[in-house]
Each structure stands twice: as structure tokens, then as C-alpha cells.
Design a protein around this ligand. Structure first.
Ligand code: PRP
Ligand code: ZN
Ligand code: MG
Length: 226
């Protein structure tokens, strides 16, 4: 883990669905920043709380490595990477600290519209495209279904039309992407939303007090919203 630091560093998504709401929520906590020229690092002005703008998929690893202290990321990403780490025999290195009430979606299994769905056993021997191999494999094992997981990092919904897979497992928000690809959701694996992620243990230096202050303000800001 990282050396003692006297500033808190929070990783948020650089661009994408969580980027703006994450920043707005932190601003509602009274934080403000001076942006650097490359705009990937924002120096905290009102409090010693800096932002690092990154790919969301990098956020759990940045916390695990102690490069960042906290992060705003989808629960789906956090659980997938935690599952992957466990599968490789690593100890947990991050956890959900707070759910943040935005970025709601679900990780769902979807099959072609034409299928008549009659349960998980229908997937036996089939190929399922996903960006969430750990969560999908875990679910398949729980169901006792032997299917092949096809790993794609994006545009998963097009895989059945391309003949790469028979089914998919991906995030569903409005459902428009599934509809556009003649797929239908048949099973939810995980309900997800944006969460504040942090290390498993509390900080044992001044970052602990900063984190406590931030959490109090976060809880206050969330109460005002709901
Ligand atoms: C996400 C997700 C689905 C889509 C679901 O992709 O992977 O493809 O959104 O949203 P919908 O149900 O509202 O259509 P995103 O657009 O974030 O791009 P990515 O897959 O490249 O991450
Ligand atoms: Zn991503
Ligand atoms: Mg997508």
C-alpha cells in the first residue's frame, strides 16, 4: 500500500456516464479544483482532496495499488475485478464504501428475441459474450451450467449477429441497445449503480480524517437529494 500522504486522491471516470454526476456530487460536498493543463489531474482547492480522471475499469486497480485512495465506479466493475482477484488467489484489496444513487443499471443475461427462454440450463454448451467473465462464470457455476464464456471488451450486443456467441451478458440501462440488436433480457445477475470505493481498511494517517469528513458531507448531500 501507499506511503503516508496528507492529501486524499479520488479517481473518477474521465468521460462516460458516471463522469459528470460523480464530479457534481463531489462538488456538492464542497470540493472545488484547479484543473491541470492536461485535465487528467485536478488539484483540490477548498480541501486537500484531488481528483484523478481515468478509465473506470482502472479505478479498482488504482485503489488496490494505493495510487488512489478512493474512487467513484460502478458496482459492476468493482465486483467483477474483485471476483477476478479472488479467482487468482488474491486477498480483497478494495470494497464498496457507499452507494451513490446514480448510474443505475443491471448486469443481465440476454438472448435473441426469437428464443423461448426456459431457464439457465438452456445455456448449456452455448457461447456467451461478455465483458464480465468473473461474474458470469460465477453465476454459471452457481447454476451448474457448463457454457463457454467469450470475452469482449465492448460492443458485446453485436456478438450474436456476428456469430461469435449465442447469448450475451452485459449492462442494461434503458434497454435500447438490446432492442436495437434483437435481444431480450432474461436474467439479472447484479443490480448496479455508482459507488464510492475505497480500501478494505481505514486510513491510518491524515487521509482518515479527510475521508471521514468527505463521507459526512456525502451522506448530507445524498439526504438533500432523496
Ligand atoms: C453500456 C453497456 C451497454 C449499454 C446499455 O455501454 O455496455 O452496451 O451501455 O445501455 P442501454 O440499455 O441504455 O442501451 P456503453 O455505451 O457505456 O459503452 P461500452 O459498452 O463501450 O462501455
Ligand atoms: Zn468502462
Ligand atoms: Mg456497451
Amino acid at each position: 500500500s501507499a506511503a503516508a500522504r496528507d492529501r486524499l486522491r479520488i479517481a473518477i471516470q474521465k468521460s462516460g456516464r458516471l463522469a459528470e454526476p460523480a464530479r457534481a456530487l463531489l462538488a456538492a460536498c464542497g470540493l472545488s479544483w484547479r484543473e491541470s493543463r492536461d485535465r487528467l489531474f485536478c488539484y483540490g482547492e477548498t480541501l486537500p482532496v484531488d481528483l484523478l480522471l481515468v478509465r473506470d475499469d482502472d479505478i479498482p486497480g488504482l485503489i488496490a495499488d494505493g495510487v488512489c485512495d478512493l474512487g467513484v465506479v460502478g458496482r459492476n466493475v468493482l465486483l467483477e475485478q474483485d471476483g477476478d482477484r479472488r479467482g487468482r488467489g488474491h486477498a480483497p484489496a478494495f470494497r464498496e464504501w457507499r452507494s451513490l444513487g446514480f448510474g443505475g443499471c443491471r448486469l443481465a443475461l440476454a438472448v435473441p428475441d426469437a428464443w423461448q427462454w426456459d431457464g439457465p440450463q438452456q445455456l448449456a454448451g452455448k457461447r456467451i459474450a461478455t465483458s464480465y467473465p468473473a461474474l458470469l462464470s460465477q453465476w454459471l457455476a452457481e447454476q451448474g451450467v457448463d457454457a463457454q464464456v467469450v470475452l469482449l471488451s465492448g460492443s458485446v450486443e453485436i456478438a450474436p449477429r456476428l456469430g461469435q456467441a449465442e447469448a450475451i451478458c452485459d449492462l442494461v440501462s434503458s434497454g435500447a441497445t438490446l432492442v436495437a440488436n434483437q435481444l431480450k433480457p432474461v436474467q439479472t445477475l447484479i443490480e448496479s449503480e455508482a459507488v464510492l470505493a475505497g480500501p478494505v481498511d481505514k486510513f491510518d494517517d491524515v487521509r482518515g480524517e479527510l475521508a471521514d469528513l468527505l463521507l459526512r458531507r456525502l451522506d448530507g448531500a445524498m439526504r438533500v437529494r432523496n
